[in-house]
Design a protein around this ligand. Sequence first.
Ligand code: SF4
Length: 310
Amino acid sequence: MNKIPTNDAEIIQKISELKEEKGALVLAHYYENLDIQHAADFCGDSFELAKRARESRKQIIVFCGVSFMAESAKIMNPEKRVFIPRADAGCQMADMVTPEIVLEMKKQHPNAAVVCYINSSAATKAVSDICVTSSNALKIISTLKEKEIIFVPDKNLGSFAAKHFPDKTFHFMQGWCPVHNDLTGEDLRRAKAEYPNAVVAIHPEAKAKILAECDYIGSTSGILDYCRMSDKNEFIIATERAIVERLSEEMPSKKFHLMSPCLTCPDMKKTTLSDLLYCLENLNNEVFMTPDKICAAKQPLERMLEAAKD
Ligand code: SF4
């Protein structure tokens, strides 16, 4: 009878053996717990991981993240089998937008291009013109000829982008990431008072009035690169807490402080090593999508890839 692993070291060893045995590629989002990131073959933001899945020759992808990310990996890799260890890991912001909301906005603004943040369901992507990530939103929007933009679902990222395009009219819906949107001016003031020598790096999913008082605004990957390349030694980080843990581990000579304890995404913390092990053993929670659904959702993602090349 196979021995059941009982501690983290045994679970990690078993995960590593199963990856080999099943020919599986394990991907983890940067917001996952660090033990999951360590067990993964690659870590990244959602789009980097979907691309990693495409580049890999492995036919089994286990995606440690939330459901829209596993969906994106499946859309970009329809011929591969994609699994998510925790099927109940969702994204509150992605759930705020539905295809019906987008179609209603299109009716009101028929000349507008629908720009959809990648943090959305496949059904919402399917009724959108083009996707963006937080790192490429400005570049992608700059390639659009339309003078009107419907931006869904994140009103904060949309407003941040809109400031760079005074010649375009933006229409927003009321969607937000509860993790970043909950940051307050008081959180920022308290952190700056406590760490007066630190520079502040923030994700554009936070509100505009907070962004205006920070030193650097960028995506998760952007914040990681900014901290790596900066000659500063102390940082206040205003994005999910796993980024502070990752940076502290990677650069022990620099100091990283989380701006507020509210910066914890409960869905990103659901996946445990035991969930990953169970998924690899049993290949449960496979992402299934019909070819029609994949085809419709793939178009705005492919358009984004094309526009990002220019
Ligand atoms: S951090 Fe925000 S946008 Fe990201 S998965 Fe959590 S709720 Fe969704």
